[in-house]
Design a protein around this ligand. Sequence first.
Ligand SMILES: N[C@@H](CCC[C@H](N)C(=O)O)C(=O)O
Length: 294
Amino acid sequence: MVTERRPIRLTKMHGLGNNYLFLDGLAEPVPPDDDLPALARAVSDRNFGIGSDGLILVLPPRDPGARFRMRIFNADGSEGEMCGNGIRCLARLVYDRGYTRETEFVVETGAGPIRPRLHLDGHRVTGVTVDMGVPRLERGMIPMAGPAGEQAVEVPLEVEAGGERSVFTVTALSMGNPHCVVFVDDLEAVDLERLGPAFEHHPAFPQRVNTHFTRVLNPERVRVRVWERGSGPTLACGTGACAVAVAGALTGRTGRRVTVELPGGSLEVEWAGDGHVYMTGPAAYIGDVVYDPH
Ligand SMILES: N[C@@H](CCC[C@H](N)C(=O)O)C(=O)O
């Protein structure tokens, strides 16, 4: 139930078609916390709202080391810890609005401090590289343990979908938010609408999960179809692309530098020697809108 009745000014942006409505909390009033899940559901609705994969709030930081704070709500109103495509858009938005002249700054997120770096052509932002931090092999998800208790990089997962049980080999890891990577030979054969929800709500993932069906094209290039927690099929997932790159490298299928092809376009991802994952991609405007359902 949205109790906030004032018109709300929003900016719609996308990273490779993964589209979000941004509420600029540095310039606009921010509705009370309790209203945010319902507001996200309402504005994200493609028929009765504006339509988006979710709502992102740009806020002043609480952490003195950060310049901005980001909160991301999925289309179903659930809050995610991080959004890779969203943070590139946020970085472009705060720069274009003159909130900073820095081209590199820290954004506080639910996944900790994240550092975007803008690429400029004059004053125009042409792309953003984000230090996405250090991946973790488990986080309240499947214990990634092998038969002798050693750290495993892949484990079997039995999934029931549409009355059918199948066993998938998966890598579950956290980029601050939870991901499950499934390597497949035939990406087109994946029934995303059936399998996506079955993975998302699998008991192995108490926080639910973002799932990435991935085909390795060669050690430097993979192709992915995404099912996002709380938003369903999307054209791209930035944190997911990072998870895929890490899973590819850990399982020896790829090198540490990969081009991740998604339905909406490609991201460049590197799992660097410092242990951090760096993601590079675009951030684009769609338009401004006033949400005013009266
Ligand atoms: N699309 C995003 C991820 C958004 C949050 C995700 N659905 C979750 O709940 O963890 C990205 O680009 O990373």
